[in-house]
Write a protein that binds this ligand. Structure first.
Ligand code: PGA
Length: 248
């Protein structure tokens, strides 16, 4: 069974106007000169996907979306379908990020429906899961993350490329990170779950996300079972994101 291909993903969230495209350009230029060992993907706000995809063409950097609607079209004001995002140039999509699970009350079933939509449109899903601080303190991290993933991953993923991001909610944007032992325990549980459920489970990358920055990237990225990172704040500037990519 092949090893997971490492992936470093930059989630821009609702940051970055058109001027920020110069950061993507700088990143692509640097990676074109000196290719990274890991796959690299940027997830800008949806309105920048098309321009960014054009801009990084040929550099190896892939572009993704931060969410999609489960339906392919219809009366869903303000929403974007997986097909639209694919047409704009997205090749991956983040689904079930805790900011959507919390802010938009997305359930595991909602996330699973979006994963189906992504597969229908040919987008590679990056499915997120993570425990709250209360759940961590109650000793429930492993079971919460496993239950979220069981509910969010449809069987139809079998044999197809996808990635998982373990993002403890209390580590996102806070500067706090779990210990290497805590990360390894959760990643081990996720790898077990993937191998048990999917024929290609052993080759699915499991990324760590939550306050990854240049100073802690090497430690987190080299923890056992960590196959890359999902990076928020530190992915907005090429000079912060590049050392993280190089550490992978
Ligand atoms: P952060 O965000 O790196 O800013 O903590 C990570 C994420 O939410 O994907």
């Amino acid at each position: 069974m092949s090893q997971p291909t490492r992936l470093v993903a930059g989630n821009w969230k609702m940051n970055g106007a058109a001027g920020a495209l110069r950061e993507a350009h700088a990143l692509a230029e640097s990676l074109a000169k000196e290719p990274a060992r890991a796959r690299v993907a940027l997830f800008p706000p949806a309105i920048l996907i098309h321009r960014m995809a054009e801009q990084v063409k040929g550099s190896g950097v892939q572009v993704g979306a931060q969410d999609c609607h489960p339906e392919s079209s219809g009366a869903y004001t303000g929403d974007l379908s997986a097909e639209m995002l694919h047409e704009a140039g997205a090749r991956l999509v983040i689904l079930g990020h805790s900011e959507r699970r919390t802010g938009y009350r997305e359930s595991d079933a909602d996330v699973a429906a979006k994963v189906q939509a992504a597969l229908r449109a040919g987008l590679e899903p990056v499915v997120c899961a993570g425990e709250s601080l209360t759940q961590r303190d109650a000793g429930q991290a492993l079971e919460v993350v496993a239950a979220q993933l069981q509910g969010s991953l449809p069987d139809s993923l079998d044999g197809l490329p996808f990635a998982i991001a373990y993002e403890p909610v209390w580590a996102i944007g806070t500067g706090r990170t779990p210990t290497v032992e805590q990360v390894e325990a959760v990643h081990g549980r996720i790898h077990d779950l993937l191998t048990a459920r999917f024929s290609n489970g052993a080759s699915v990358p499991v990324l760590y996300g939550g306050s990854v920055k240049p100073s802690n990237a090497a430690e987190l990225l080299h923890a056992r079972g960590v196959d890359g990172a999902l990076v928020g704040g530190a992915s907005l500037k090429a000079h912060d994101f590049l050392p993280i990519i190089r550490a992978a």
